[in-house]
Design a protein around this ligand. Structure first.
Ligand code: ZN
Length: 66
């Protein structure tokens, strides 16, 4: 079994509409659901939510960006 998990996504920079540039993001556990966890990503500079990610056990990774 592979155990790479979410490393790649944690290092990803996302575009912040306030800063108008790609910014490093802070990951925060938002919701714990029966079929997976939902994480929220916020800009480390201004704190704006720049995206969220739904992690399900079935799909491994699914990224939902606003
Ligand atoms: Zn920002």
């Amino acid at each position: 079994m592979r155990r790479e998990q979410y490393k790649d996504f944690d290092a990803t920079e996302l575009f912040c509409s306030k800063c108008r540039r790609a910014v490093p993001v802070r990951k925060r556990l938002l919701l714990v659901l029966s079929n997976g966890n939902k994480y929220d990503y916020t800009c480390t500079f201004c704190g704006t939510s720049v995206g969220d990610k739904m992690v399900t056990e079935r799909d491994n990774l699914r990224v939902l960006l606003k």
